[in-house]
Design a protein around this ligand. Structure first.
Ligand code: F6P
Length: 366
């Protein structure tokens, strides 16, 4: 029987549990022996109880739960070659040479690195007498499949990352709640949302929540934006609007790449409009709570597809990222997606906002 492990890595995201469940149950259906690695890559390095055999019931009751029931971590040990060699040893103790990784671009690159080093690490283990040559010969390659788990929706190569839809729901609920208290007092609110270098949550939250102004990293505002924003808020008030909401992505910055902090935005509104302004930093609330219906069904389908991929993957093939494109499951070379995602971050760092917006499928207006 083929032996497959699944792990979640990096920041947790709603929908990771349905994905793990989809992987495990599809594997069992296909006659594979399934394992869960607890605490991400750290669990691979630690071995022992962290690598557990799982059956159908072990993933019961997790479809609607936030976070990841198999734990996650940002492992320092796995960044070192020695740590990765130990990880290979622990996988081989269970005869596992197929792995589904659910995580962000760093976690997925880690998986691809392990795949590319696998043969040499296996040989090193045999040379050191830590595994026998027969075991080394039976597992010449590691086959992997990657699913993008991140609330940020920051990976090129998939339309949506696992967790982004649920996080957006949290944000919109929060904007609705803030809107009612803001309207009661005729106040302005600045709401800071997560997303790292990606403005997806901020932009979609602003549209879906009916905010007045939004600041995102990909489309930094022109100099003088402060006056424009305040004029817009003032005209809303004059027209009878009782609340004003400005969404600031945590990665927002100006055209010189100086950060635009939510505190700065608050001060600008308070000092320009002489208003009583409040700031809400939504923080990890966005990552918590139940997965949305979308994250449940999409992650289930993606878990299924990732398992199919890892079972059919060839030892000499390239690692695949399983995602969605136009409401269809899609499969793209994992490292190409990672490279594009990093190229976008580099374009922003180089103040090449035309390229950054084009990579997001939008036009940049000077
Ligand atoms: O990548 C997901 C994310 O929630 C980002 O939006 C945020 O910047 C970061 O993780 C927070 O990381 P931590 O949970 O380590 O504070």
């Amino acid at each position: 029987r083929r032996r497959v492990a699944v792990l979640t890595s990096g920041g947790d995201a709603q929908g990771m549990n349905p994905a793990v469940r989809g992987v495990v149950r599809t594997g069992l259906n296909r006659g594979a022996e399934m394992f869960a690695v607890y605490e991400g890559y750290q669990g691979l390095v630690d071995g022992g109880e962290a690598i557990r055999h799982v059956e159908w019931d072990d993933v019961s009751g997790v479809l609607n739960r936030g976070g990841t029931v198999i734990g996650t971590a940002r492992s320092k040990d796995f960044r070192e070659r020695d740590g990765r060699r130990t990880a290979v040893k622990h996988l081989l103790e269970h005869g596992i040479d197929r792995l589904v990784v659910i995580g962000g671009d760093g976690s997925l690159s880690g998986a691809d690195l392990l795949r590319s080093e696998w043969a040499s690490l296996v040989q090193e283990l045999a040379d050191r007498g830590e595994i026998d040559q027969d075991t080394a010969d039976r597992h010449p390659a590691l086959m992997i499949a990657g699913l993008v788990g991140s609330i940020d929706n920051d990976m090129l190569g998939t339309d949506m990352t696992i967790g982004a839809d649920s996080a957006l729901h949290r944000i919109v609920e929060a904007i609705d709640s803030i809107g009612s208290t803001a309207a009661s007092h005729q106040r302005s609110f600045v709401v800071e949302v997560m997303g790292r270098h990606c403005g997806y949550l901020a932009l979609m939250g602003a549209i879906a929540g009916g905010a007045d102004y939004v600041l995102i990293p990909e489309d930094p505002p022109l100099p003088g934006w402060e006056q424009k924003m305040c004029a817009l808020l003032a005209s809303g008030r004059e027209a009878g609007r009782r609340n004003s909401i400005v969404i600031v992505a945590e990665g927002a910055h100006d055209r010189d790449n100086n950060p635009i902090t939510s505190e700065y935005v608050l001060n600008v509104i308070r000092d320009t409009l002489n208003e009583d302004v409040r700031l809400t930093i939504l923080g990890h609330v966005q990552r918590g709570g139940d997965p949305s219906a979308y994250d449940r069904y999409t992650s289930s389908i993606l878990g299924y597809a990732a398992l199919e991929e890892v079972l059919s993957a060839k030892p000499d093939g390239v690692s695949k990222l399983i995602g969605t494109r136009g409401n269809r499951v899609s499969k793209v070379p994992l490292m190409e997606s990672v490279a594009q995602t990093r190229a976008l971050a580099d374009a922003i760092a180089a103040k090449d906002f035309n390229t950054a917006m084009a990579m997001r499928g939008n036009e940049f207006t000077e």
